[in-house]
Design a protein around this ligand. Sequence first.
Ligand SMILES: [Zn+2]
Length: 376
Amino acid sequence: MVVIDAAFDGGNIHCVDASNPADIRLEIARDRQSDFYQWFSFRVCAEAGDPIKLVITNAGGAAYPKGWENYRPVMSVDGKTWARIPAHYDGGTLTVDMTMPSPRVHLAYFAPYTLVQHDALISSAIATGRFGYQNLGQTVDGRAMDYLRYGSGNIPVWLIARQHPGESMAEWWMEGAFEMLSDAADPISAALADIATLHIIPNMNPDGSFRGHLRTNAVGVNLNRVWDTPDPERAPEVFHVRQKMEETGVDLCLDVHGDEALPYNFIAGFEGIPGITEAQLDGLNGYKALLAQLTPDFQTKIGYPATPPGKANLSMATNYIAHRFGAVAMTLEMPFKATTDTPNPQTGWSPPRCKHLARHCLHALLLQLTGTNIPS
Ligand SMILES: [Zn+2]
């Protein structure tokens, strides 16, 4: 007998029929009060050694069907290490043919980052004594909007992640950033603390994360489309963070995301905002160049096309923040797949690699803020 369940922190799957192990029919559930879906995370229980076939029948109707092309899900036995497993996408369904390596396995769209992990991240950061902490206010479901402050320098820098909760790589990136900033022996962290103050929201959308959503909060709001007019009832997450930004100011902001389709790390900017300055554009292009020099996992050739002048959508965080504060605001996108330039067949893009990228992002930040250029 095969049993499928997703009734846990961040879980998402609807089991339609598991009576035939050779044709288990599954559907990904939509975000609440929304049509978006693509994130899945569920457990399969069956006899070790049994062959099973899992068919996600509504894959073709997901938010980003191109995300299934050349895509392989992640699987874990111990809930800690995640390996890629083969899958086949036929334009409508995503099929996994596998032999159970143990009596229970966890399959997911990308290595999950649960709210339990989030709470542990916040607690351990506070325990280091190196961070200020504030609960900025409540989410729709009543959760805390956790905010951490690092350093005491004059330059206000914001790091926010996981507006889109299914992009769990964004919080793995945050974990890497916290490990570096928590390390009293790290010279980059020490220098950053002198020159800047980092304002950090490790998870912009805890409700959506817990509910197993792809893109929205508890009432179906895509948080990255309400920055110009955040309703305190329907999008309190953005409302509270925006208020804090007004208090601190913003010189530079990194908003961390994942992209379903593109197998690259890249940064999207704010080229289309009204009143854009040369200094802002230089800051954007300078940061991207620094990061590309620091790590082969980042590149500047592939990404979203720049928005034409004056056509920016100011409801998106990066555009809104660049426009409101005259800041260098950037959207960092990481892949769900393997990076084309630096693939890893066993893991694809993975939590440890998200964490390495975060370290390189902080190094590039220091170089940017000190005006240091590194020779190419
Ligand atoms: Zn996103």
